[in-house]
Design a protein around this ligand. Structure first.
Ligand SMILES: *Cc1c(COP(=O)(O)O)cnc(C)c1O
Length: 428
């Protein structure tokens, strides 16, 4: 029987704490928010995002470095605005993300464009907007980008994403740096591809990048990838191609459930020592963190609709589902689930599930809870890859979102209505 946490910050969540038997984020009680805006409801802490950004900045103190928030982790305008106002750059993977960055006040000239499948239309829009760099992932993409840039009478700044072939030791679906992945160009072909890039009329070669995976919880894979990338930078230099920046991608993990990823500043102190030792301490560095900037800044409030005892299992059926919180169904990911107003009483073991018609629609398995219909639960670590992956499956409207800033709660997205969902559809 687990006693509920009754006071103080939740482990690994300095901006979420129990106060007078109530769950709070910064200075806002969460139960009244859920009553006012309904559930499921995403709630984010601005202070938590800024603290995560600050940890990277401490790590890079005194260096020429640019942090580009990976927009796909959470692309809501209010979240992008927090990073834009903090002077952060952005890493995008589609033109939709670029439009969002600019609508939120972000700067195109601090935005880099990643992804294996950029189309000619996306390239020309990004060039017109004046983005800082294209992170190119194949020879075919180099040819197309050069042609698109030449047609527009411009030159595109490019970096080539190299695949360092290191194992990030994370879930296979979020591991991207191995030979069998679709991402990047093979390490042993990189030199040849750079020579091609250098020779194409519409391109300026400015950098090199890699990204080995996501939810990485050890420093080892980063160090291995860095050594491999720096080997290539050496080889490029020897063949007369000088780079202006080195981009080490994103991928740093967060604590979902007793995970112990290195702190961003500690990790970068270690990595920078290696970079210095290899003689690249003066080179401009870029990184593309997503999850580690927003993941633990967010939670999702959900109401218990029914409890359903069974002969094998007890189910706690809540009003959030796999369409709102897709990570458990997609990657069997773990999110902590805690009561918003803990009750005193016997704990039962439940599978916490949503109403969607799929057995994969579960949010947590074998959780010890004391709950009744109408109680509120908070699904933690829901700031990254939740709302940005949310869908309308089962014709469910996507949740509203709140950004908490001290004692203020800003509605940054209204709950999606059925009319919103049907907009643009036509009967025969
Ligand atoms: C997804 C992605 C990131 C961000 O990854 P996180 O694990 O969220 O830090 C960075 N760069 C690229 C190219 C990506 O695809």
């Amino acid at each position: 029987m687990n006693a509920p946490v009754l006071a103080g910050p939740l482990p690994g969540q300095p901006f979420i704490h129990q106060h007078d038997g109530q769950l709070r984020m910064e200075k806002i009680d969460l139960a009244p928010l859920a009553r006012r805006y309904g559930t499921p409801l995403f709630v984010y802490s601005k202070a938590s995002m800024l603290a995560a950004l600050e940890a990277y900045r401490r790590g890079f103190a005194g260096r020429s470095a640019q942090i580009c928030y990976a927009v796909k982790a959470n692309s809501s305008l209010g979240v992008l605005q927090v990073f834009a106002q903090a002077g952060c750059g952005f890493d995008i993977v589609s033109i939709g993300e670029l439009e969002r960055v600019m609508a939120a006040g972000g700067r195109a000239d601090q935005t880099i464009f990643s992804g294996v499948g950029k189309t000619a239309l996306e390239m020309s829009r990004a060039l017109q907007a004046g983005i800082a760099c294209f992170n190119v992932e194949s020879q075919a993409e180099l040819h197309l980008l050069s042609a698109v840039a030449s047609d527009a009478g411009r030159r595109a700044a490019v970096s080539v994403r190299v695949n360092p072939d290191v194992d990030a030791r994370t879930h296979p679906y979020i591991s991207t740096g191995l030979k069998g992945n679709k991402f990047g160009v093979a390490h042993d072909q990189a030199l040849q591809i750079y020579q091609l890039a250098h020779s194409l009329p519409g391109l300026d070669v400015v950098g090199i990048d890699c990204h080995i995976g996501s939810q990485i919880t050890q420093a080892g894979p980063y160090l291995d990838a860095m050594e491999r990338v720096l080997d290539l930078v050496d080889a490029l230099k020897n063949s007369g191609i000088l780079l202006q920046h080195i981009d080490f991608g994103g991928g740093l993990g967060i604590n979902y459930n007793q995970d112990t990823p290195p702190a961003a500043d500690e990790l970068w102190r270690q990595l920078l020592a290696r970079i210095d030792a290899r003689g690249y301490g003066q080179c401009k560095l870029m990184i593309e963190p997503g999850r580690s900037l927003v993941g633990n800044a967010g939670l999702c409030l959900t109401e218990v609709v029914y409890t359903k005892p069974g002969s094998h299992k007890n189910f706690c059926i809540v009003d959030a589902a796999m369409n709102d919180l897709p990570r458990p169904a997609m990657y069997e990911a773990f999110h902590q689930i805690v009561p918003v107003t803990p009750r005193h009483g016997p704990m039962l073991t439940y599978d916490v599930v949503g109403p969607v018609c799929e057995s994969g629609d579960w949010l947590g398995r074998d959780r010890s809870l004391c709950v009744q219909s109408g109680d509120l639960l908070a699904v933690l670590s829901a700031g990254a890859y939740c709302m940005s992956m949310a869908s309308n499956y089962n014709s469910r409207g996507r949740p509203a979102e709140i950004l908490v800033d001290g004692a203020q709660a800003h509605l940054i997205r209204e709950r999606e209505t059925t009319a919103d969902q049907m907009r643009g559809e036509r009967l025969l």
